[in-house]
Design a protein around this ligand. Sequence first.
Ligand code: BES
Ligand code: MN
Ligand code: MN
Length: 461
Amino acid sequence: MERTREYTLQNRNRYLDELMKLLKIPSISADPAYSNDVKLTAELVKQSLDDAGVQTTKIYETEGHPIVYGEHIINPSLPTVLVYGHYDVQPPDPLDLWDSPPFEPVIKKTDLHPDGAIFARGSCDDKGQMFMHVKAFESMFNSNEIPCNIKFMIEGEEEVGSVHLGAFCEEYAKMLSCDVVLLSDTSIIANDVPSITVGLRGLSYVEVKVTGPNKDLHSGVYGGTVVNPINALSKMIATLHDENGKITIPGFYDRVHDLSQEEREEMEKAPFDENRYKKGLGVNELDGEKGYTPRERTSIRPTLDVNGMWGGYIGEGAKTVLPSEAFAKISMRLVPYQSHEEITELFQNYFESIAPQGVKVEVSPHHGGQPAVTPTDTKEYKAASLAMEKTFGRKPIPERGGGSIPIVSLFEKVFGVKSVLMGFGLNSDDIHSPNEHYGIFNYFRGIETIPYFYHYYATEK
Ligand code: BES
Ligand code: MN
Ligand code: MN
């Protein structure tokens, strides 16, 4: 893999420029106004696979956004790795909180990225991390160092729940057949503390609507006599956690397994600086479920959070109005053995049951996803671990992540294979937030590490 490494070094500037070009297209999957940009991004990704030397590439249309596929078979008797990534991004809003426009990438230095980081929506999640795989392939191809068969499946709907990817995987299961799925859409603990994600949380996402009087009313003339739907919704939401930070929905924890004391102690060995964490978020206290550490609360425990809430008058100045409707979007992060369909149903039944007389409550489920865990005693985990140890000079720590990639559990179901979650971002890279960025160090460390994964995977027993 030395020639591959050398090739990357010699092409550093071009590899960076090409990522910048990809980041300029606003591939916002959630907003139909950008569907043409999503399409242009798919075409650019396909072109980049062609340019990298991938034998066969094709864009598959879906009822939503297209899927880019590529395949490079060097010898059918060798193992096959399927690379998964997504080229769609989250909406950049709120725009006024960005220091530079989200689709005009710029490089700036930060405390954690002294070599510079690229600031743009999608730089880390997931265009930057997905593109590392394209460039790693290109370096291997041009160095004649491809050790196994490689397939690419890059989708444009991850941020909206991968709605059409499941059907695509089932329909093309034969074409997509592989021995393992490799993806970089997660994080490492720090640039000098590599880690491999071995678990993802599931997700149940609901929207609720509370309706009171049949129109907005004068809050003086009617205030005090009818149930105010925003007051009611606030109260209902407030009862969803008890004084210990536990979720009060009956049955919510029924399928949650406790980790053994040993497992919990093992987890706590990974470095975590609580003061720095608080400082980075601008808070003076952390909160959450009693009896668990911050790391546990964001990985092995389920949670419930309001993601947005609105109703009544939210414009400039004061308008005295008693609103007719109130809304909230609520997400629940789930852990292994919980099922998002079941949790959504439990939520719905409970939320309707706690509605006060005088209002109507409707719960509408959005997309969801199952949690996933990946074992550490497999050939693929070992290959990833060796690859990271090779380039970081330090053995990576297995770590359960707090985010969700619903498609990972589906890969296991449809292809019967495990995934390796070898991401290179930092949790502080502000994915989904204003000023998302990705370290240049991280980008090139990824491009350098990925070829070693293939190498160890193809040669390890
Ligand atoms: N890449 C993230 C998930 C992630 C981030 C996992 C950091 C681990 C560490 C992914 O793009 C994402 O944002 N997923 C969504 C779920 C999806 C259904 C919209 C999420 O976690 O909110
Ligand atoms: Mn992602
Ligand atoms: Mn994301």
